[in-house]
Write a protein that binds this ligand. Structure first.
Ligand SMILES: NC(=O)C1=CN([C@@H]2O[C@H](COP(=O)(O)OP(=O)(O)OC[C@H]3O[C@@H](n4cnc5c(N)ncnc54)[C@H](OP(=O)(O)O)[C@@H]3O)[C@@H](O)[C@H]2O)C=CC1
Ligand SMILES: Cc1cn([C@H]2C[C@H](O)[C@@H](COP(=O)(O)OP(=O)(O)O[C@H]3O[C@@H](C)C(=O)[C@@H](O)[C@H]3O)O2)c(=O)[nH]c1=O
Length: 304
């Protein structure tokens, strides 16, 4: 997929969450192009204080905002609702107001955890939401505030993100492999692992259209790598690929368990597979299978 911008097309891009999994990967890709990036530190724009987000947008006057910032500690959010709400909801609402006032678009990232998880087939963009966790509810509240305020917005709803940078399930599994011979992993939660690089490909496609003044269909898109599995299936794939690439020397035995045997403060959806047909049509091809992203990530770790 061509993600190079036309040489004359240049944007001043304000990126929130530039140190996260998606943000780091986005900055890495954009640094290879002739774009002006603004990556405010947490001290400059602390999302626990929405007024700082407003001030930051007003002072930098970007052409576009990419919001990859979020309170992503799903279990911790259950006992830290006020901070999760400030970061995931109130700051996004403030961002939407500031973007509207400045007439600039926002590309925002959201989550499969906005869905209740009782579907039997992949969720479409307009299917009813109904989060069961504080994280999912605060993300949904932020998404709605943005969509109801700002006409020029793209929300990319993604799922089970992993990549080279930051923390994720793949890194947790690799760490556990060092110390454990056996692991229990839930086998009754179904979703789509998504490589951060694939989300970046999608973000770049929208930025490129913006820079080249091509028409954009604003709104919500489901943005996950191809393929679906369970956390247990994902863990088994991680260990098989990591062993074959020599990232780990031994593979633990992975026992499939029901969610009831792995109690967590926040309930996770039993089924959060996202239907990505709308985005596939926009990008003119589907994102790659998650196993390709897993291979890329593990190769990167292997090469140090
Ligand atoms: N991780 C996942 O599995 C999934 C993520 N998503 C969504 O994708 C997006 C990107 O997620 P991901 O890259 O994984 O997130 P990360 O947790 O890797 O990164 C989050 C980013 O937000 C920043 N941040 C958190 N709190 C604050 C704060 N109070 N003030 C300023 N910055 C803050 C972090 O800064 P710092 O580095 O300083 O901590 C970090 O840069 C989010 O919207 C998330 O909800 C959707 C589905 C799955
Ligand atoms: C570490 C571990 C987890 N699990 C289970 C717990 C949980 O049900 C599932 C996933 O665990 P994690 O806590 O790593 O993942 P979790 O924080 O639920 O991941 C979510 O993050 C947020 C930000 C999102 O938006 C979601 O799309 C999703 O990626 O695996 C096991 O069964 N065994 C284990 O050893």
């Amino acid at each position: 997929m061509a993600t190079e911008f036309a040489s004359e097309a240049s944007l001043k891009i304000l990126i929130f969450g530039h140190n996260g999994q998606v943000g780091s990967s986005l900055v890495e890709q954009l640094n290879q192009q002739d774009q002006t990036l603004i990556c405010p530190s947490r001290t400059e724009a602390d999302f626990a204080h929405p007024e700082q987000v407003t001030q930051c947008i007003e002072s930098y006057q970007p052409d576009v905002i990419v919001n990859a910032c979020a309170y992503t500690a799903v279990d911790k959010a259950e006992s830290d609702q006020a901070t999760a709400d400030a970061v995931n909801h109130l700051s996004v609402a403030a961002m939407a107001q500031a973007a509207l006032a400045a007439d600039i678009p926002v590309i925002h990232i959201s989550t499969d955890y906005v869905f209740p998880g009782d579907a039997k087939q992949p969720y479409l963009e307009d299917d009813a939401t109904g989060p069961h966790s504080v994280y999912g509810q605060t993300k949904l509240d932020g998404d709605l505030a943005l969509a109801n305020t700002l006409p020029k917005q793209v929300t990319l709803r993604t799922s089970w993100v992993f990549g080279e940078y930051g923390n994720n399930f793949v890194k947790t599994m690799l760490r556990l492999a060092e110390s454990r011979d056996e692991l229990n992993v839930v086998a009754d939660q179904h979703g789509k692992p998504t490589y951060a690089g694939d989300i970046v490909t999608s973000i770049l496609a929208f930025l490129k259209a913006l820079a080249e003044q091509k028409p954009i269909v604003w709104g919500t898109y489901h943005c996950s790598s191809a393929g679906e599995t369970t956390w247990h299936g994902f863990a088994e794939a991680i260990f098989a690929e990591a062993k074959s690439l020599g990232v780990i020397s031994k593979t633990p035995k992975v026992h499939p368990i029901p969610s009831s045997d792995f109690p967590t403060p926040a309930p996770r959806p039993a089924y959060s597979v996202l239907n990505t047909d709308k985005l596939n049509a926009t990008l003119a091809q589907p994102l790659p299978h998650w196993s390709e992203g897993l291979h890329k990530m593990l190769r990167h770790l292997q090469q140090g």
